[in-house]
Design a protein around this ligand. Structure first.
Ligand code: ATP
Ligand code: MG
Ligand code: MG
Ligand code: MG
Length: 436
């Protein structure tokens, strides 16, 4: 994309309403714009990041054989009356009445709807397990929307749902999902640590919240730093083998990690002192086994192998895709701007032309740009070098390719890695390889 003709507006001033760094940087780099309280428009730079996160989420869901669906944002109140949640959900639910005076709601989550879809199509245990997910907008009328897209009212979520024949089979699905989540966050380039979460009346220990370490987070967290050294992408786990999954899960849960709600001082004392990490964190996802809660309350059953009626065991699995955009920035920035992880950066590199009037500079920039116009941002504006450098740091592109007349005369450009500040002079024809 050429910066001169693109819609990538940057703001010089820090907007007063933005209290945390991610919100300030998202507004300053023109990623989003608030349209009303907690409701945002996504502009080109923001949308690119949102889509890249969604793509990674999708690939890792497909890798465990979850299948994508797309359910509507508006739901009938009748569905929620069947499960008993229409009254129980409270004021976070946005309720709507249509012209025929029928009650609708903007979905805050989709357990009821997916259970109803399942009910329409699956009648026998042979249709189990079923694992479906969507990436769709949700609405929760949060009492205090704040911190930009971190706690919005309308937000983008991956929500997945599973149906299994019994508890043991549901546990296998839970293990698969845990693996998919760890791989998803590792690929995105953030450290999201699964922490035991409250299971309420369901009981058991099959709920985890995924937490990114950041001082502005809402939860207090305690974890063993050895967790962060694990490479989940390279760990050989056979997702078709429940023992392989169980041993992966056992290894994962052997590292202490808990939010303040679930913190256990006795277990914490067993963690070597040099590996104890304490801080604050942001919830970017949650996975949850809840058994037959909805299948029973909505009376959705299948026939088992012995012809008896079975209520399938369910789980649900969320990732806050839009919250992640802000959470990544909270955990990856410096005083000059965002530092995007490579996998989700809106652009791989910015080409900074310092010789707008120099034909040789222009030629180098143009030919470089044309090798990958989708992933390169070409700063071809008639601006001072200082302004171009500041915007490049602010927008956080992983690489900056600096093209000036002196270097070009020797067929050399300068390259800067945003994350480390490393700079190097590289021959023009080796740039692409250098960034690989
Ligand atoms: P929170 O504790 O922050 O209110 P939650 O536990 O209510 O979140 P879940 O029902 O677990 O949220 O939804 C799954 C994911 O959706 C969360 O882990 C979070 O990343 C995201 N999410 C929830 N509420 C919001 C919101 N208001 N704005 C942006 N993302 C959200
Ligand atoms: Mg909530
Ligand atoms: Mg929560
Ligand atoms: Mg949650």
């Amino acid at each position: 994309m050429r910066l001169s003709s693109s819609f990538l507006p940057t703001l010089k001033e820090v907007p007063a309403e933005a209290q945390i760094v991610s919100h300030r940087f998202m507004l300053r780099t023109g990623m989003v714009r608030q349209m009303s309280s907690g409701i945002y428009a996504w502009l080109p730079a923001g949308l690119r990041v949102l889509n890249k996160i969604a793509d990674i989420v999708r690939e890792e869901q497909e890798a465990i054989n979850a299948q994508e669906v797309l359910m509507p944002t508006l739901q009938s109140a009748d569905l929620w009356k069947r499960s008993g949640r229409y009254d129980a959900y409270g004021p976070e639910m946005l309720r709507i009445v249509d012209r025929h005076k029928r009650d609708l709601l903007y979905g805050p989550t989709n357990e009821e709807m997916i259970t109803d879809i399942f009910d329409q199509f699956v009648t026998s245990y042979k249709g189990l397990p079923a694992l479906l997910y969507q990436i769709q907008w949700k609405f929760r009328d949060e009492i205090r929307p704040r911190f930009g897209v971190m706690r919005g009212r309308e937000f983008y979520m991956k929500d997945g749902y599973s149906f299994d024949v019994d508890y043991d089979s549901a546990v296998v699905t839970y293990h698969k999902m845990m693996l998919a989540y760890l791989r998803t966050f590792q690929r995105i380039g953030v450290k999201a640590i699964p922490m035991l979460a409250d299971t309420g009346p369901i009981g058991g220990d099959l709920s985890h919240e995924f937490i990114i370490l950041a001082p502005t987070g809402e939860s207090g967290i305690f974890f063993d730093s050895a967790f962060a050294d694990q490479n989940w992408l390279e760990m050989p786990v056979d997702i078709a083998d429940k023992d392989s999954l169980a041993s992966f899960f056992k290894r994962m849960t052997s590292f202490y990690a808990a939010t303040d709600e679930k913190h256990d001082e006795v277990e914490w004392d067993k963690v070597p002192v040099e590996r104890k990490c304490e801080g604050r964190g942001i919830e970017v996802g949650q996975i949850f086994y809840f058994g037959t809660k909805y299948t029973e309350s909505m009376d959705v059953s299948v026939t088992g192998s012995d012809s008896k009626k079975i209520y399938p065991h369910m789980g649900s699995y969320g990732i806050g895709v839009s919250r992640l955009v802000a959470a990544i920035i909270e955990s990856s920035h410096d005083e000059n701007g965002i530092i995007w992880p490579d996998a989700v950066a809106p652009f791989k590199a910015v080409i900074i032309n310092l010789g707008m009037k120099d034909q040789a500079c222009k030629d180098v920039c143009e030919s470089l740009y044309k090798t990958d116009p989708e992933n390169f941002l070409y700063d071809d504006r008639d601006e001072r070098a200082g302004a171009k450098f500041a915007d490049a740091d602010l927008m956080g592109h992983p690489w900056q390719i600096i093209v000036g007349p002196r270097g070009v005369a020797q067929n050399i450009v300068e390259i800067k890695r945003r994350k480390t500040g490393m700079r190097a002079e590289v021959p023009v024809d080796q740039i692409i390889e250098y960034m690989a």
